[in-house]
Structure formats: structure tokens, C-alpha cells
Design a protein around this ligand. Structure first.
Ligand code: NAD
Length: 287
């Protein structure tokens, strides 16, 4: 690293708190080194109380850009000059691009999800999907899927603090895209089965299956899965959730959350550098 950094090296940040556990710095710096690009990616402990100053710093230092994670994703938009259509609709930003002094906010989580599907030869465009979740990850997926041309999305969530967010998401999708979105109560398992039965793709976009909810599943049992249904998990720790294990046993093709994580990073990498992340190499390094 000491040999690689020069007076010309450009800086890209990651602003979040807590953030020291993140794998993004290792991922991006490995990709820069592999392609011989003169950038460095560093994580900064920034929360809502220091976010405005951090963005001023990004401008003053002429940084190339930054990733933004919790608790800043839904707050940072007000300090930027422009938002991508998806970031505007999600009300969240995970990537900032400094375009000659103009700061543009993007959300690449949904782009990453859609790209991970493509990478697994899953084509949901023009088809119906059912998804559980109304938090940050699920909302980004739902909005991007609708923008990209998914025909119909059935969204399920429990009646918690995310419910109103789901109501908003459904409204925005129905008003601003060609996709038809409908919201259902996740406690209505009969409806869940009905919607899964008429879907090409089923996605768990909740925290269920991930620590500390690793013993739970949004789908009660194997009878909900037919072999033709493609089943995708957004959580990735542990990689094998109870839900995906059941789906596999029922004969379904499945995908874990790692692809979405890799491709959301690749989309940000492309926005900053104009180059494709070396995906095959990154898959080897991440595994
Ligand atoms: P969030 O806190 O914004 O949303 C949590 C969601 O889980 C909400 O829809 C909530 O209603 C639901 N939920 C919580 N407890 C539940 C329960 N007991 N039963 C049913 N639903 C419940 O979280 P998020 O940022 O959207 O993340 C959701 C999951 O996706 C997490 O596991 C996170 O680690 C993962 N994630 C993965 C990626 C990726 O790249 N693969 C990216 C972001 C998040």
C-alpha cells in the first residue's frame, strides 16, 4: 500500500457508524490494485451529527466520492446537489459521485440485486415477483425492479414501524412506473402462498434469517415452495438461512445475498472510476 499511494492518488470514502467491520474497503482497494487504478478507499466513522461537515469535507478535498451507510443513508440527500431517479424514489443514498463539484446521490443496492439476478441467469423482467420486506434493502430492490420493468410486485411485511414505508413505496411504484405493486400483511400466510404460487421469483428482503433472527423464516414450511419458483435471500450472514434450506429441499433454484453485496459495490465502482469491477477475481477473493 505504501508504494501504491502517491501525491496523485484519489480518495473515495465510506461514511457510516459503526463501520469498522465493513468489507467494502478491502473489496474496493483490491479491485483498484488489480486494475492498477490510482484510488484509495477508506472508511470514516461518521454519524448524523457529523455528516454535514463530512460532506463539506468531501467537497473541499475534491474527493471522487463516497459510499454512505447507516445511519446516514436516508439523511445525506439534503446535503447533495442532485439525486438519481432511484435514490429520489427510495429516499436513500448509498453512493455519492463528485462530478466536478456537483455531488450526485445514487442508490446501488437495487442495481446490485438486479445485476446479481442476471449473473445467475435469472430474468424477472416482464414477470411477477413476491418480496417480503419494507426496510432499506427491500425498498431499494422493489423500486429498482419496478424501474427495470418487472411487471408485478406483491410486497409482504409485518405491521411494524416499516409498514408506512411499504405503503409509500407501493404508492410511488404505482404512480411513477408501469409496474403494479400491492402490499399485504405478512401474517396472512394464505395470501402469501397464493402470491408465491403465481410468482416467478420470491425474495426475502427482511432481516429474518440473519443474526439475531437466524432461527426464523418468513415462509412457514416447505409446502409454500414449488420447484419452478426461484428463491432469493437478501441476508448473507449466515449464508444458508432456514428459508433457503427449505426452498432447496423443495427443489427450487436459490440465490444468497452475497451477489447483491458484490454487485452494489461494482455499480458504485463503475460510477466512480468508469471501469467494470473485476468480478470473477472479486468472487474468488470474497469466498
Ligand atoms: P431494515 O432494518 O431497514 O429492515 C428490516 C426489515 O425486516 C423490515 O421489513 C422489517 O419489517 C423486517 N423484520 C424485522 N423483524 C422481523 C420479523 N421478526 N418478522 C418479519 N419481518 C421482520 O434492514 P435492511 O437494511 O433492509 O436489511 C434487511 C436484511 O438485508 C438484513 O439481513 C441485512 O443484513 C440484509 N442486507 C443485505 C444486503 C446485500 O447486499 N445482500 C444489503 C443490505 C441489507
Amino acid at each position: 500500500m505504501a508504494e501504491r499511494i502517491t501525491g496523485h492518488t484519489e480518495l473515495i470514502g465510506l461514511m457510516a457508524y459503526p463501520i469498522r467491520h465493513s468489507s467494502s474497503p478491502a473489496m474496493h482497494n483490491e479491485a483498484f490494485a488489480t486494475l492498477g487504478l490510482d484510488y484509495a478507499y477508506l472508511a470514516f466513522e461518521v454519524d448524523n451529527s457529523t455528516l454535514e461537515d463530512a460532506i463539506k469535507g468531501l467537497r473541499a478535498l475534491k474527493m471522487v466520492g463516497s459510499n454512505v451507510s447507516m445511519p446516514n443513508k436516508t439523511v445525506v440527500g439534503q446535503y447533495l446537489d442532485e439525486l438519481s431517479p432511484a435514490a429520489e424514489m427510495c429516499g436513500a443514498v448509498n453512493t455519492i459521485v463528485n462530478d466536478n463539484g456537483k455531488l450526485i446521490g445514487h442508490i446501488t443496492d437495487g442495481i446490485g440485486f438486479m445485476q446479481a439476478l442476471k449473473d445467475n441467469d435469472i430474468d424477472v423482467i416482464g414477470k411477477k415477483m413476491t418480496i417480503c420486506g419494507a426496510g432499506g434493502a427491500a425498498t431499494a430492490i422493489e423500486i429498482q425492479a419496478a424501474l427495470d420493468g418487472v411487471k408485478e410486485i406483491s410486497i409482504f411485511n409485518i405491521h411494524d414501524k416499516f409498514w408506512d414505508n411499504a405503503v409509500e413505496t407501493v404508492k410511488k411504484i404505482n404512480e411513477k412506473t408501469e409496474c403494479k405493486a400491492t402490499l399485504y400483511d405478512l401474517d396472512d400466510k394464505e395470501k402469501l402462498k397464493e402470491e408465491m404460487d403465481s410468482s416467478y421469483l420470491f425474495v426475502n428482503g427482511t432481516g429474518v434469517g440473519m443474526k439475531p433472527l437466524e432461527d426464523l423464516s418468513v415462509v412457514p414450511d416447505k409446502s409454500f415452495f414449488r420447484p419452478e419458483l426461484i428463491v432469493v435471500d437478501v441476508p448473507y450472514s449466515p449464508l444458508e438461512t432456514k428459508m433457503r434450506k427449505m426452498a432447496k429441499e423443495a427443489g427450487c433454484k436459490t440465490m444468497n445475498g452475497l451477489g447483491m453485496m458484490l454487485f452494489q459495490g461494482a455499480a458504485a465502482f463503475k460510477l466512480w472510476t468508469g471501469k467494470e469491477m473485476p468480478i470473477d477475481h472479486m468472487k474468488e477473493v470474497l469466498n
